[in-house]
Ligand binder design. Sequence first.
Ligand SMILES: CC(C)(COP(=O)(O)OP(=O)(O)OC[C@H]1O[C@@H](n2cnc3c(N)ncnc32)[C@H](O)[C@@H]1OP(=O)(O)O)[C@@H](O)C(=O)NCCC(=O)NCCS
Length: 181
Amino acid sequence: MYDNGKKILETERLVLREMTIEDFPFLYEIVSDPETMQYYPAPFSEEKTRAWIDRNIERYANDGFGLWAIILKETGEFIGECGLTLQDIDGELLPEIGYHVHKKLWRRGIAKEAARAVRDWAFVHTEYDILYSYMKYTNIGSYSTAIANGMKKVKEYPDPKNTISYAYAITRVEWEQLKNR
Ligand SMILES: CC(C)(COP(=O)(O)OP(=O)(O)OC[C@H]1O[C@@H](n2cnc3c(N)ncnc32)[C@H](O)[C@@H]1OP(=O)(O)O)[C@@H](O)C(=O)NCCC(=O)NCCS
């Protein structure tokens, strides 16, 4: 599992690496689950999951980043995805940190550990001076993870797919201050 795709970064418990189509069954188990996908219009079909992986492989080539596989070092298992993508946030294409974690591992700090590492990677490896996370206004797990990642709410806006979306963000300056604290 470790060696499927190019390794991007490592934290205490996790490896983040590029996804490959061989990850399909593991990602599908996560994104086809109705509870996990309760804040999305619908759980993902097999077809949508394969297209999702293909889209991220394209992003690695075109942008140099995308959603990466989260591998739990202890077991070598694929337990989710986290990474940076360009997303339409209230009409602007902005760098966004996103995350999905297998529900059997929720509330153990996995998303926080992965998202912080992605944030640090992005400020080191890209020129962006602000990073976002956005979510449906009811997605408490998602916005709590954004807050744990040092972000603050910067926007609340009507969004057809989410009714209302919240956008959270951290600037490069705020990130520098966090590091020096
Ligand atoms: C959102 C998600 C990735 C969080 O993953 P996780 O590994 O359980 O999160 P963590 O354990 O790292 O928690 C991060 C912070 O959020 C808080 N949190 C996580 N889930 C929460 C919930 N359901 N309710 C309240 N707080 C929550 C944690 O307490 C922690 O805050 P703290 O550092 O102040 O203690 C996970 O719930 C998930 O996969 N959800 C479904 C997919 C999804 O909606 N993704 C976001 C799309 S916008």
